[in-house]
Design a protein around this ligand. Structure first.
Ligand code: ATP
Ligand code: MG
Length: 688
């Protein structure tokens, strides 16, 4: 077993090595919560406190569950159940159902829409798609909040939710929908029913509870700030009288309240378990100080109870570039600029798999997909959980199954040798030695290549794995929805980006009515705060490069009526609009002689190198001396403070105040925050 607790800092180690019993880690983004619980599980097992198959780890997504199992496997620990609440409940229910319901059959209802639509019509309400979807959302919220149809109308009155139609009518649709799921042939269970029935089975059937409690001893929940009352009820039923529970979360990353989730369970944890070990982590290992400073500024403006619990993050990574902000005429222009930037990052050595474009709603992806395709950049839209469902991957697996049945398999088709065999089998499907041209062929190639890499990874992990064993593992993977990482740029919604990280993150479409989204604005402060947290989640996904952008109009030539998101108020002053096509089509010109500018240095200065800039040499020298001193104090290279070109540009612009200083190229809000006073004092001659 390879558990090295030195890979944790002292605070993390306290949580990971706490004795059995309740543990709560309350910590900000990137502080190593997920890492710590993974080590905690490993430690509990390593020390013999609990067997691997007696631990149940609950994660927010199937992907996160796969990731956790993968990390544990790397530490030599297999057999831990890591699942989402739903997946865990589904498995348990399948097992316990006969004990609680006899031979009454049940089936999972994965599309509620038709049933809710029918119920809506039967109540005499307009059953347009929008209305049905909204009513469905209400039913889901009510079920997750443990609110019955009879209690719905009263419950909603006490919230900021506005039902899509009269509350009584929603309640009636809810009631009829619930009834419609049961017939003589059996029961249809929706996702929430899986949880409800699991909890009920454990609560009401002592034999079931006993068997379950015998099996599972230790529970770990990640992203606990987004647990719903229904999930909490399941968790309580799992625990019974025991308290061997570790929870981790960040109340300031609560972004699923609209589904009924609440950070209260996290914030009240130590009240429920007064003996709990409580740890707070503040060191952010994910992001540079430049990124964490922006994150702190964003969440620093939050209001309400949750905001009161926030911690100030300290970026532990080496300094990096300042976050960049840009405004564009329209969405296609914004997307084109993003694609161009991405191409530059890739050229400079950032792997495409380490780049993400994040947006508020899925529909925003289309314009970015288009721009990335145009630029020849490979991308994948999340849920990448669809990997095993892609036609080429399904076909590839069929071919591998066929190959496994052949009796002339080469002897080296085991362990690390599986890769060669897989390559040969998949070559006829389009896995050429070199990546082909053409979007379709390339996408297919990328998928097949990713599959071979996965085969390789599995082969390395188990040196005596044969073809049949491999197929079993692939099947497990497919079921666990843990796709291999395709080497492409990720496009995802902010909600789906939770818990993940990339070297470079683009937060796009940052305009009012998109972020915050219009219905949140209508609903009021509570929901606006949730949108702010969503933005905070986005900012904190970035390790090094962060780009925030927005467009003034939707379509080319459209009315430029959009406003930048309020969440950047006081943090950034609007940058100059980036002109379509930027430097290539419309070069920036020298403010003195009007010639096109070439070098980055000239662009910062907004003049040719040889043209007179009008700087006061004395000021420039003073700025340089100040920079040298500051760089020494902060222990960073001088250019991290300001480049020569920026210092010269400041000396030439002679900004009178912060706003003017922000107008100088190379000066961002974070720098103004940090150095603004001193720089302005030098420029204005008021330095003491
Ligand atoms: P989020 O709130 O976004 O879910 P988190 O608190 O779960 O974040 P992790 O994903 O566990 O954070 O860690 C963030 C990054 O920092 C990861 O890349 C992780 O490997 C790294 N990290 C965590 N702890 C340490 C440490 N003690 N030393 C070095 N790197 C660390
Ligand atoms: Mg995490």
């Amino acid at each position: 077993m390879a558990i090295n607790l030195d890979e944790l800092d002292p605070d993390q180690r306290v949580a990971a090595t706490a004795p059995r019993g309740p543990v709560c880690i309350l910590a900000g983004a990137g502080t190593g919560k997920t890492r710590t619980i993974t080590y905690r599980i490993a430690h509990l097992i390593d020390q013999g406190f609990v067997g691997p198959n007696r631990v149940l780890a609950v994660t927010f997504t199937a992907r996160a569950a796969g990731e956790m199992r993968h990390r544990l496997a790397r530490m030599g620990i297999g057999g831990v159940q890591a699942r989402t609440f739903h997946a865990a409940a589904r498995r348990q229910l399948r097992y316990f159902w006969p004990q609680v319901a006899g031979d009454l059959p049940w089936r999972l209802l994965d599309n509620k829409f038709p049933l809710v639509g029918r119920a809506t019509r039967s109540v005499g309400v307009d059953s347009g798609t929008e209305t049905v979807r909204d009513i469905l959302g209400e039913i889901e919220w009510a079920k997750a909040s443990l609110i019955t149809p009879d209690a719905y109308a009263e419950a909603i009155a006490g919230t900021q939710r506005t039902p899509p139609v009269e509350a009584e009518k929603v309640a009636e649709v809810y009631r009829r929908y619930e009834r419609a799921k049961t017939s003589e042939e059996g029961m249809l269970l929706d996702f929430d029913d899986l949880l409800l029935h699991t909890a009920a089975a454990l609560e009401n059937a002592p034999a079931v509870a006993e068997e379950f409690h015998e099996q599972y001893r230790s529970f770990v929940v990640d992203e606990y700030q987004d647990v719903t009352p229904l999930q909490q009820r399941v968790l309580d039923a799992w625990l019974g009288e025991r308290d061997d529970l570790t929870v981790v979360g960040d109340a300031n990353q609560t972004i699923y309240s609209f589904t009924g989730a609440s950070p209260d369970f996290l914030l009240n944890f130590t009240r429920k378990y007064p003996d709990a070990t409580l740890t707070r982590l503040e060191r952010d290992y994910r992001s540079t100080p430049q990124v964490t400073r922006l994150a702190n500024a964003v969440i620093g403006r939050a209001k309400g109870r949750v905001a009161g619990t926030r911690l100030e993050l300290t970026g532990m990574r080496d300094p990096g570039p300042e976050p960049e902000f840009s405004v564009h005429d329209d969405e296609p222009a914004e997307a084109a600029a993003v694609a161009k930037k991405i191409a530059e990052l890739i050229d400079s050595g950032v792997s495409p798999a380490e780049i993400a474009v994040l947006y508020r709603i899925n529909a925003q992806s289309a314009v970015f997909e288009q721009a990335l395709s145009d630029a020849g950049i490979v991308y994948q839209v999340r849920g990448g959980e669809g990997f095993f469902n892609r036609a080429e991957v399904r076909k590839a697996i069929t071919e591998l199954v066929r190959a496994a049945q052949r009796d002339d398999l080469p002897a080296e088709a085991v362990g690390p040798g599986l890769r060669v065999v897989a390559r040969a089998v998949l070559a006829p499907l389009g896995l050429t030695p070199e990546e082909p041209e053409g979007a379709q062929a390339r996408e297919r190639w990328q998928s097949l290549n990713a599959l071979v890499e996965l085969v390789h990874e599995l082969g390395l992990a188990t040196p005596d794995l044969d073809m049949n064993g491999l197929l079993v593992q692939l099947k497990n993977r497919a079921e666990a929805k843990h796709p291999p990482t395709v080497q492409g740029v990720t496009l995802a919604s902010l909600h789906a980006a939770k818990g993940l990280e990339w070297d470079a993150v683009f937060l796009v479409g940052l305009v009012e009515n998109t972020l915050p989204i219009s219905h949140a604005i209508k609903a009021g402060d509570h929901q606006i705060e949730e949108e702010r947290r969503l933005f905070y989640v986005g900012v904190t996904r970035a390790r090094t490069h962060l780009f925030c952008s927005w467009a003034l109009a939707r379509q080319e030539g459209g009315r430029k009526s959009r406003k930048r998101t309020r969440f950047l108020d006081g943090i950034v002053t609007d940058p100059e609009p980036v002109e379509r096509g930027t430097s290539r089509n419309r070069p920036k010109r020298c403010r003195v002689c009007g010639s096109p500018l070439e070098s980055p240095q000239e662009k910062v200065l907004r003049r040719c190198i040889d043209c007179p800039g009008g700087a006061d040499d004395g000021i420039f020298e003073q700025l340089r001396a100040w920079r040298a001193e500051t760089a020494r104090e902060d222990q960073v290279p001088a250019y991290i403070v300001f480049s020569d070109a920026t210092l010269m540009a400041i000396a030439e612009a002679m900004p009178a105040d912060e706003r003017e200083l922000l107008g100088v190229s190379g000066v961002g809000p974070v720098k103004v925050d940090k150095y603004g006073d001193r720089v302005l004092a030098i420029v204005n001659g008021t330095l003491d």
